[in-house]
Structure formats: C-alpha cells, structure tokens
Design a protein around this ligand. Structure first.
Ligand code: V55
Ligand code: FE
Length: 491
C-alpha cells in the first residue's frame, strides 16, 4: 500500500478510513424520538487504494454506503464499499488503475474501456429500491438490508443515457422520479437525457436535448408544471482531457442559464433564459409555481466553490473569500421573453434539505449548512471542498427568518436528513453527523449523529448517537422509513 497525499482531500475528516464494518447498539445519549424508525443512509467517498496521482481529489474516491439503522431507540451502524466495476478491478490488482477524476486518458491500460463511475454521491430511494449514484455513470442498486451491491441499474435495459444524476427529484403526490443525465451519450457529449420513472419504478419517458455549453449539471428542480435545468459556466473540454487536464474548468466571464420546459412536455418546448455571469451553484433547495411566476431557490456563489474547478479555469481565490447567498430566481412565464429576477433570501451556505412533502410545492421552511460568523478558530478540515461547515440553519424563505444550531468549537457538520413526524402540527426531526475534535490532530475526532427538532434547531440536539469512531466525510444522505424498508424489492 503506497501512501496517501497529505492534501485537503486526504486529511482531517477526509482521512482515508477504508474499513468495512458493522457495529450493533451504539451508545445513545438522550432519547431517540419514536418517529425516528428506519435508516439514515450516507454516501461516503473513501479510497480503497492510494490514488495514482498526488493531486487526486476526494470526489474521485470509491463510494461507500453507510447506514445508521434506528429501531425502537436502538441504533446499529454498517458501512460497505459499493462494488462497482472499477472497485472490483482495482481490488483484484491491489492498486489504483483509474487515474484523474473523470479523465479516462490518465488511466492505466488495464482500465481501458471499463466503467469509471465510483457511485459515491447520493443514496437514492425510489419504488422500493436503493441506489448509489454519481453523475458520471449509471446508479448501482444496493441491498438496503445488507448493503451488498446488487448491480448497475439500467431500468431493465430500457435506459439509453449512460449517466444518471445524483440529484433526482421525487414528486410527493404522484410518486414519480424525475431525473436526468448529462454527457448522456458518453464523455463530453452535449446531450442531456431527461427522464421520468413512474411510482412503480418503470422508466416511462426518456428524451434527449442539447445544452448551450458543456456544463456540469449537478442538480435540477421540478415544480407542478415545469422541469427546470439551471446551468452554470463550469465546463468540460475534450481537448483538455486528452492532454491529461481537468474535466471541469470554471469560466468567470460566461453567463449562467435556466432551461425550463413543461415537466410532462417535449424537449422541443425548452426555453433557455440567460442568467448572471460567472456564478455557480451545486444545489437548488426547491422551486414552485405561483400563477405565471416560477420561483427557484438556489445555494448560489459568485464563483465555483471547488478550488480545483476554479484553478483549472485560472481563477485563484481563497476559499474563505467566496461570496454567496441563498438566492431566489423568479421567472414570469407569462412573458414572451421571460427573464431572471434575482434577490437574496438567506445567508450563504450549501447542502440543503427540504421536507419530502414540500418538493416542487410552495413551502415555508428548509435547512442548510453554513459558517457561523461567531465561531472561533478555523473550520474543521475535510469534506468535499476541504473545509467543513460549522452551523445548521433553518430558513423560512417567505419571510427570511433564520435560526441557527451552533456546534462545539472546531466541530464540522454534514448534510441533514429530515424525518417527518406522525404527530399533526409537528415539524419532524433532522439527523446529521457532527464530527467533534478530540485533540489538535485533525484526523482525531469522534463522529456523532445528532437528532434535532426540525423546527427548533436553535435548541440543539435532543439525542446524540456516539459512534466512538472517526468516520470519513459523507457527501449526501437519505432517510428511508421502516415502512419503506420493509417494502423493499430486494429482501
Ligand atoms: C459534487 C460531488 C461529486 C461530484 C461532482 O457536490 C460534484 C458536488 C461526490 O462527487 O463528482
Ligand atoms: Fe450534490
């Protein structure tokens, strides 16, 4: 085993842990609410092997699926690698064969023509199946009980797109899964596949359209009437890839766009609306219709939040200098030439969470992570961009009211999952992993799951699950109720 580079991608909460395990009956402090019955799944990039290149990044690490199972107040933990084609080849070779993030021209010849996806971004639950997803390939189905990999998911051979987003959207009323895949036809293909799977999980629609430039489309949004593709000027280039360069480079001088079409319509109805120049966004909170108006709420920044995507575009700015805001874009679809009207609605931040029932509908609260301006000392190292968030915010987008949950000094927090309550009028619960430092050594911390009342985040946790472990940072997480787990396709 060769050593891991000592960069932000492999230190702090990005320290490679590489351990598959299961632990029963974690220590619980406080009382777990009766509503919290089911599983909190997390997608954790964690390299099985040291990378081929010293400038490798956390987004290129093998996907692990982790599960906190909550049952009658007891909590069990398990974590396993997603056994992708890539993971299995490298395990056999006992070394990395796949090179730079999303650049097949940097691979070992033994990897030629093999599927490069690492399924490391979001656990997705739909129609009784659990998938691990990454936007550069198709999802992998995982057994939600054992975490064994079932295999690559292509809708029984029906899906044409070679890629599947890590951010599909489930309509809470119809149960349909709306999703897309960019670079749908292969590396640097400008086609985007827009797809719908019905509530039973059958692929019922797949249409392809061309985007105005070759951008990374990380997320999208639906409303009751529209499918909306916000795109930002972080672009791919085949010649740069052939020369061994980065997949993505941010272009500070190019505009953003919104592609908007009727959600059950034809891609020929897509309207492209130009947005502000140079901005970036990875996650939209939500969108909804309000007569002819369409409101889209985004975690917007004035440049790309990932240093490696900025640097590939020649943009050299310190992580702490990046500006942004939770931002509302409003479009009047009643106009012949609709334009984007922009206003800030909350502090900067990312890794947002919406109650599932509010998806695509008017809503009055959401949660996301931010930096507490009062926190003393630097943020905890690690996480996808190299610095962890240290505050959980609850926002009421209608009136701008913001409440915050603070963390212990030096702690980092990851994206919360929302658990609805069975009690009428109760806003449910959030589950979030908090990494609490034990010593000045950035790899020495304890990972805890905090259970927080969703409408009273300022009160702090009602219970903490203490793993006694230092877990590697997740990207996204997903809550799946006991009822859904019991109804899984794979038993
Ligand atoms: C993101 C995460 C990815 C990726 C591209 O959070 C974008 C954004 C974990 O992998 O490949
Ligand atoms: Fe994401």
């Amino acid at each position: 085993m060769t050593a891991f580079p000592q960069t932000i991608h492999f230190i702090g909460t990005n320290t490679p842990r590489r351990v598959e395990m299961s632990v029963r009956d974690l220590a619980v402090e406080g009382t777990i609410p009766a509503d919290v019955e089911g599983a909190f799944f997390r997608a954790v990039p964690d390299n099985a092997h040291a990378p081929m290149f010293d400038d490798d990044i956390a987004l290129n690490a093998d996907g692990m699926i982790a599960k906190f199972d909550f049952s009658g107040g007891a909590v069990d933990f398990a974590i396993r690698y997603v056994e992708t084609e890539r993971y299995k080849l490298e395990r056999e070779a006992r070394r990395a064969l796949f090179g730079q993030y999303r650049n097949p021209f940097t691979d070992d010849p033994a990897a030629e023509g093999k599927d490069r996806t690492v399924a490391n971004t979001t656990p997705v639950w739909h129609a009784g199946r659990l998938f691990m997803t990454k936007e550069d390939g198709r999802g992998y189905e995982v057994n939600p009980h054992t975490l064994e990999t079932v295999g690559k998911w292509d809708y029984e051979g029906k899906l044409r797109s070679q890629t599947f987003t890590a951010h599909p959207r489930v309509d809470p009323v119809t149960g349909e899964l709306f999703f897309f895949g960019y670079e749908a036809g292969g590396l640097c293909d400008p086609n985007v596949a827009y797809c719908i799977a019905d509530a039973q999980g059958n692929l019922v629609k797949e249409q392809w359209f061309e985007q105005p430039y070759l951008s990374t489309i990380h997320d999208f949004v639906i409303t009751e009437n529209y499918a909306i593709f916000p795109i930002f000027p972080t672009l791919a280039d085949l010649d740069r890839l052939r020369a061994g360069g980065a997949h993505w480079a941010h272009h500070q001088d190019k505009p953003s766009y919104i592609g908007i079409m009727p959600r059950y319509g034809d891609v020929s109805e897509m309207k492209w609306i130009e947005g502000p120049v140079g901005v970036s966004c990875f996650h939209e909170v939500n969108a909804y219709d309000d007569g002819d108006l369409v409101h889209i709420d985004l975690c917007l920044t004035d440049t790309n939040a990932f240093a490696f995507m900025r640097e590939a575009g020649g943009i050299h700015r310190d992580q702490r200098e990046i500006q942004g805001a939770l931002t509302r874009w409003t479009i009047d679809m009643g106009k012949d030439a609709p334009a984007i009207e922009e206003r800030p609605i909350g502090p900067p931040g990312d890794l947002c969470r919406l109650a599932d029932a509010d998806q695509g509908r008017p809503y009055n609260r959401a949660w996301y992570l931010s930096m507490n301006p009062q926190a003393k000392g630097p943020p905890m190292l690690g996480g996808p961009v190299g610095a962890n968030f240290n505050a959980l915010l609850r926002i009421e987008p209608g009136n701008g009211r913001v409440t915050m949950m603070e963390l212990p000094p030096g702690a980092g927090i990851s994206e919360p999952a929302h658990v609805p309550s069975s009690e009428a009028g109760h806003g449910g619960w959030l589950l979030t992993v908090v990494d609490v430092p034990n010593s000045p050594n950035p790899a020495d911390y304890s990972s805890e799951v905090w259970i927080v009342e969703a409408d009273a985040v300022e009160n702090g946790p009602v219970a903490k699950v203490k793993t006694g472990l230092a877990l590697r940072s997740q990207v996204h997480g997903t809550w799946v109720s006991r009822e859904r787990l019991d109804g899984s396709r794979v038993k």
